[in-house]
Design a protein around this ligand. Structure first.
Ligand code: 13P
Length: 249
């Protein structure tokens, strides 16, 4: 079901101890919020962070998972390992995974199916790089990412996925998409979902915006009818900034 969601992607930041303190600070302040808040920590932090969060609004997520169930895959973390920490969500297809670790839409489709089979909610990321936007190809890029990464799912499974549109040119650059740019492409994404799964399914899908989202711009981004929240990088590492974004709804 469509919800307002603010997810923090901590990326490869904080020690376990620092992460626990950050999670405690967020946990103390999310009380009573109607927004679903998700902390996506490094895999090493999940178990400890799960012990210090207890607010109904607050959920825990990983940032990646293996594309295999179990076995001889040195260094990988499986969906069942993630689930066993108490996590309920997993980010998949972040542009950093796509660009630096060669994750293709086909790999991401496999990871998504494993996550869903384990009962984890995928936060599936899509988005174009600057050259693609400048060439006017951004709508085609996100549609292809959806077609190849997600549209093999049954309607019931698709209904369990959260989407995050993250223009790569806005990630960590301080350059945010304007509210108009965000609304325009979120609507394109929702219409593309409607064409595949029908309008009710499209209306039910939460589509988050990510890329230099801050307390100062979150309100105008989230005010758009097709923007259902944010996936937050840098600003998620500071409880004041993160809560400023959560409270932008
Ligand atoms: P920034 O908020 O640091 O731009 O990162 C966005 C992001 O990549 C979240 O996944």
């Amino acid at each position: 079901m469509r919800k307002n969601i603010v997810a923090g992607n901590w990326k490869m930041n904080t020690t376990v101890q620092e992460g626990v303190e950050l999670a405690k600070a967020v946990n103390a302040r999310v009380k009573g919020t109607a927004t679903q808040v998700v902390l996506c920590t490094p895999a090493t932090h999940l178990t400890e962070v799960s012990k210090v969060i207890n607010q109904p609004a607050l959920a825990l997520g990983a940032q990646n998972c293996a594309d295999q169930v179990s076995g001889a895959y040195t260094g990988e973390v499986s969906v069942s390992m993630i689930k066993s920490t108490g996590a309920s969500h997993v980010i998949l297809g972040h542009s950093e995974r796509r660009a630096y670790y060669g994750e293709t839409n086909a790999i991401l489709a496999a990871k998504t199916k494993l996550a869903l089979a384990e009962g984890l909610t995928p936060i599936f990321c899509i988005g174009e790089v600057l050259e693609e936007r400048e060439a006017g190809k951004h709508f085609e890029v996100v549609k292809q990412q959806l077609n190849e990464g997600l549209f093999d799912l049954s309607a019931a499974d698709f209904g369990k996925v959260v989407l995050a549109y993250e223009p790569v040119w806005a990630i960590g650059t301080g350059k945010t998409a304007t509210p108009e740019q965000a609304q325009e492409i979120h609507k394109v994404i929702r219409d593309h979902i409607a064409a595949k799964y029908g309008q009710p399914a499209a209306n039910d899908c939460s589509i988050l915006y990510g890329g230099s989202c801050k307390p100062s711009n979150a309100k105008e981004l989230f005010a758009n009818p097709d923007v259902d929240g944010g996936l937050i990088g840098g600003a998620a590492l500071n409880a004041d900034d993160f809560m400023g974004i959560v409270n932008a709804f």
